[in-house]
Design a protein around this ligand. Structure first.
Ligand code: ARG
Length: 476
């Protein structure tokens, strides 16, 4: 391919003809975004190749010119993939690609920017990047769901029970698999929000020009088709100024990070010596520089803190967008810093959290030992209801024996028969012991979505369906 000598001036610009003086280095330093937007290059090349075809079909480029430009763009992509780096003066990735294209194909490169602007270009490249990121994020979230599902499957199989907490006070016994799956479903909703963010991004800005639409008769439906967008943006002014699609993704990521932080906090708490329900694996634990005995769950702590940064990215973007006049404004250049940061945070977090959670070992005996008999107080009241007593009266009767047990410092099922009978005439040692069985308590809750093992088995099937995991593929 013809490579003409580089022009004498060192800075390759997409603008500048109207200026007498050279721009100030301070402006260039502040204006430059290539440090952030370099990673858009595969999408910028992709949309530029489509644009060359659209210009050919609009009669702007000859077939030869379009094919030279497309081959040149492939050459540019090859150089970028091989590690071509920006020069100190490349303003942004669009400028860099234009410079490299000139180096590949010579003057004909100057025809590619006909009828387009970096305004519709950057909006299109960023949308393509978002759609691609959503697919990667979905796979990563699914990976964590898979780990939770595998644990839940094993916990169900082993019949493990644990306390469930409200107000962080022991509330009622549950199947440990039920607790594990309580962290699965928020991730499922997160995947729904990621899919929605990808759908919102799937609207084509290219053809909008700087703001008013391209003056050359390019076919936007053809561009839509070539680039795989679902729709053509219906208004050029909106298309170059809209960044809702980034806010949608950042919101989905913020909420996702919040969900992972709640899982992390449960595990950090359950991993303390005081709880001792879980043990952290070696590969995902860190030690202390001073205290030789320490085994710290750093991955989970970083994940607990993760939402701070992602929410910061969302907040920053919304503040950037607020009050902007219509059309493209340079304030928008900062959108990608927030976008890339949030996606990077989550895509770094998920493999680490998935690995840390996969390595956890559960201590079923410790979990069961934490089931105090008072946690079945509701079951005792329900037993009285079964005997025909009104629930209010039953609640009072159980309250009396709970107080008596507390005063004596014993478990409910260790109260002498006469103390039980003073709570309610129907209470006998045997009937109370039966009503206070944690296994019976769990298995009475056999409504859909309840903690009974029969319900949990149905829930496990739902969960497998949700992530497309066959029953047989779930490991034990
Ligand atoms: N680097 C710019 C951005 O990311 C590209 C668009 C520049 N448009 C312009 N009219 N200066 O937003």
């Amino acid at each position: 391919m013809a490579t003409p000598p580089s022009p004498p001036e060192t800075t390759h610009r997409l603008w500048g003809g109207r200026f007498g003086a050279k721009s100030a280095p301070e402006l260039d330093a502040y204006n430059r975004s290539i440090g952030t937007d370099f990673r858009l290059w595969p999408f910028d090349v992709q949309l530029s190749k489509a644009w060359a075809l659209a210009l050919r079909d609009a009669g702007v480029l000859s077939a030869d010119e379009a094919s030279t430009l497309r081959q040149g763009l492939d050459g540019v992509a090859g150089r970028l993939a091989a590690g071509a780096q920006p020069t100190a003066t490349d303003e942004d990735i669009h400028t860099m690609i234009d410079r490299l294209l000139h180096a590949e194909v010579g003057d004909v490169a100057g025809k590619l920017h006909t009828g387009r602007s970096r305004n519709d270009q950057v909006a299109t490249a960023t949308r393509l990047w978002v759609i691609d990121a959503c697919a990667k994020l979905d796979a990563a979230v699914r990976g964590l769901q898979r780990v939770l599902l595998d644990h839940a499957t094993a916990l169900e199989r082993d019949g493990v029970l644990m306390p469930a907490y409200t107000h962080l006070q022991r509330a009622q016994p549950v199947a440990a698999a039920h607790w594990m799956l309580s962290h699965f479903w928020p991730l499922e909703r997160d995947r729904g929000r990621l899919a929605q963010a990808a759908r919102q991004a799937s609207s084509l800005p290219l053809g909008s020009g700087a703001i008013a639409g391209s003056a050359f008769p390019v076919s936007r439906p053809q561009l839509r088709e070539l680039l795989g967008f679902a729709t053509v943006a219906p208004n050029s002014m909106d298309a170059v100024g809209d960044r809702d699609f980034i806010a949608d993704l950042l919101y989905a990521l913020t909420l996702h990070a919040v969900h992972v932080s709640r899982l992390a906090e449960d595990l950090i708490l359950y991993g303390t010596s005081e709880f001792g329900f879980v043990k952290f694996g070696d590969a995902y634990s860190t030690g202390s520089s001073m205290m030789p005995q320490k085994r710290n769950p750093d991955v989970l702590e970083i994940a607990r803190g993760g939402p701070a940064r992602v929410l910061g990215d969302l907040t920053g973007l919304l503040v950037t967008l607020k009050g902007l006049p219509s059309g493209y404004n340079k304030d928008l250049q900062d959108d990608k810093r927030a976008l890339f940061d949030a996606v990077d945070v989550v895509l770094t977090m998920l493999p680490a959290v998935s690995g840390a959670v996969a390595e956890l070992r559960f201590d079923a005996a410790r979990m069961r030992a934490a089931l105090s008999s008072a946690m079945m107080a509701t079951d005792l009241a329900d037993w009285l209801v079964d005997q025909g007593i009104a629930f209010r009266e039953a609640h009072g009767a159980v309250g009396r024996v709970v107080r008596a047990a507390e005063e004596r410092g014993v478990e409910l099922n260790a109260l002498p028969a006469e103390v039980l009978a003073s709570g309610h005439a129907l209470f006998t040692t045997a009937s109370v012991a039966a009503a206070l069985s944690p296994d019976a308590s769990v298995n009475r809750r056999a409504v859909a979505g309840g903690t009974a093992f029969s319900s949990v088995r149905a829930q496990l099937m739902q969960a497998r369906d949700a992530i497309g995991a066959g029953a047989s593929s779930a490991s034990g």
